[in-house]
Design a protein. Sequence first.
Length: 220
Amino acid sequence: MKNQTRTSELTKRMTGVAAFSALAYGVSLVTNIKVGFLSFDAKDAIITIASFIYGPVSAVAMSFITAFIEFISFGSTGPWGALMDFVSTFSFTFTASLIYKYRRKLSGALISLGTASAVYVAVMMIANLLITPLYMGVGVEAVKSLIPTMLLPFNIAKALMNSAIAMLIYKPVSRLIRRIGLAKPSEGKGASSRKDTVIILSVAAVILIAAVVIFIILRK
């Protein structure tokens, strides 16, 4: 009986991961915003939500799946671009889900997304210096010169935008996934209080506005 239960839960998890990976890929197609040679899409928010539900290991799997699908379908930057895409998504979603796994409450969600944003920005600065010269065919110094004016503000805005989107849609999406049987019922305290909802909406709105302002400035 226990083996059957475990098999059933594994099947649900794999189905959910596959479904969210497909959704993240679709979102990457329809939310693509170009800022110079950089591009923003909201797939990290989708994968973050899924990893909050299914755990950090799923973040690794979905980061790889979406990077691979994008590479074979429309990746114009070759394997180095695919690696950058994987590192970008993985650094954000894995960090967020790992913290949230051990602190499944409002404060945990805020801390996890804030920490994930900081880790993401730091990792991407390193990745830009190591990987970007390889697929763009430019020197490291040329990349360094772009950090204060383009790369740093862009990655901050991208992290903020994905954090805000994840905060806004996590609860309704997680309820839907559990309602249709693709995840176990929540073991938490139940529905969020009105105060929690107000806090989430307020913080998400501020973060979203900040990200949009940065994107607008960068696109000028």
